[in-house]
Write a new protein. Sequence first.
Length: 133
Amino acid sequence: MFVGMDHVGVAVKNLDEAISVYRDILGFKLLGVHVLTERKVKVAFLSTGGETEIELLEPLGSESPVAKFLENRGEGIHHIAVKVDDIEKTLEELKRRGVILVDEKPSAGAEGKKIAFIHPKSTRGVLLELVME
Ligand code: CO
């Protein structure tokens, strides 16, 4: 089911300022910025030079789950995302194994990918994102 690491998500208070740090100071290449209205986040993807990217996430409004994360934990690593070959089957299988899902069904992520989240309660504290191209 798993076919590689897709990206590491980092929660930030201000996306433009965080892009300046990651691109202009740290030197990562900016790949694109997306507004995901349904997920209430604005995100930027940066290349690490390999397959695994970095995603910066700024909350859109105080109701965004990322806003709540920032309130409780501050800026930092928010989730890790792994690639799967079949997201529907993976969700079905994990559910069958008693894993707590945040999303029962995949939704549209950035760049036309399908994504779904697994609850940190089932992963020893890590919000896990499944991504299918
Ligand atoms: Co992500």
